[in-house]
Design a protein around this ligand. Structure first.
Ligand code: NAD
Ligand code: MG
Length: 294
């Protein structure tokens, strides 16, 4: 009997029926459900006693990271929009079940006040902050630049770029040597879709922001990195994130032949937050199902 697991079949193929959810979408309404690692992630005490803030930690990739961080021993604050409370409750329960403190912060991060509040609430509730994951984003597809309204472009920049800059700036006075900042980029930063002009710009910005901040903060003992996912099955996609034909064939053109499940990204976020990555800063870790990135 081979001890190997074939990555093509280790997680179920996602073959979604037609579906649409209002933005921002809920994990609980995804068909088929996404695997967040709830039944599989096993911690190894890599983050014991650390305090993490994960924006967009209610669902998808951020939720998988939140579950993993708690099982690695961290207390975890998650931020999300108020309408996402049902998803957040599931993740907060998982954090509690791991024996750690889970803090839910419903907040609109497209505003400066929201960005200030999320850091202040985290530090007050957890007594400090050691790991910041800038992961919240909006992704709304448009049929070319002529159909991309100025208001949409502006809101995408504020939600994805301004918030990452603002939350990081607010968090910085609380971070000590040994802390880790992680941004969620995307394969869209290198391989853009014509339907995601505004979104793709914001993901390229995450790569740049993480690298310039790494230049500033690594000499102070704070590591800064990014994760660049390929196609992962999350509520971002069927809540106007993709045209319907791309939702129903989601991820199937990737070299592994299937979309990724958020559980398959948890290890990347754990690695970059932990001492295992002590010499890793200024890098982007691509998790793309085989699609090459620069
Ligand atoms: P998701 O919908 O589960 O997570 C995105 C989260 O962003 C939402 O849960 C929401 O809480 C948060 N958010 C959006 N607007 C907000 C606002 N105004 N205020 C506060 N929070 C807000 O989807 P996901 O795919 O897990 O996305 C997580 C990250 O992964 C995003 O940065 C996304 O760009 C990135 N990403 C996803 C994929 C993919 O295929 N799913 C691929 C590459 C990168
Ligand atoms: Mg969500």
């Amino acid at each position: 009997m081979s001890p190997l697991n074939d990555p093509r079949t280790l997680f179920p193929t996602v073959d979604p029926p037609e579906q649409t959810q209002p933005e921002p979408g809920l994990d609980r309404n995804l068909q088929p459900p996404a695997d967040l690692g709830m039944d599989s992630y096993v911690g190894h005490e890599r983050l014991v006693g650390r305090r993490a803030l994960i924006t967009g930690g209610d669902s998808g990739i951020g939720a998988a990271a939140a579950i993993a961080y708690a099982r690695e021993g961290a207390d975890v604050a998650i931020a999300y929009l108020p309408e996402e409370q049902p998803d957040a409750d599931v993740i907060l329960k998982a954090i509690g079940d791991a024996g750690r403190r889970g803090i839910g912060i419903p907040v609109d991060l497209s505003t400066l006040e929201g960005c200030r509040k999320v850091v202040a609430d985290t530090v007050e509730a957890l007594g400090g902050l050691d790991i910041l994951v800038n992961n919240a984003s909006r992704q709304i597809w448009h049929d070319g630049i002529e159909n991309l309204p100025d208001e949409d472009f502006d809101l995408t920049m504020r939600t994805n770029v301004y918030a990452a800059y603002r939350v990081t700036k607010e968090a910085l006075p609380h971070l000590q040597p040994g802390s880790s900042i992680i941004f969620t980029s995307s394969v869209q930063a290198y391989d853009p879709s014509e339907t995601l002009i505004d979104y793709g710009i914001t993901k390229a910005a995450m790569n740049h922001l993480s690298k310039s901040l790494a230049m500033e903060l690594t000499p102070k003992g704070i590591r800064v990195n990014a994760v660049a996912p390929g196609p992962f099955w999350t509520p971002l996609q069927p809540s106007h994130g993709q045209p319907m034909e791309k939702v129903t064939s989601f991820g199937q053109a990737s070299p592994l032949g299937r979309a990724g499940h958020p559980a398959e990204l948890a290890g990347a976020y754990v690695y970059l937050a932990s001492d295992e990555a002590s010499y890793t800063s200024g890098s982007t870790l691509s998790v793309t199902g085989g699609r090459p990135t620069p």
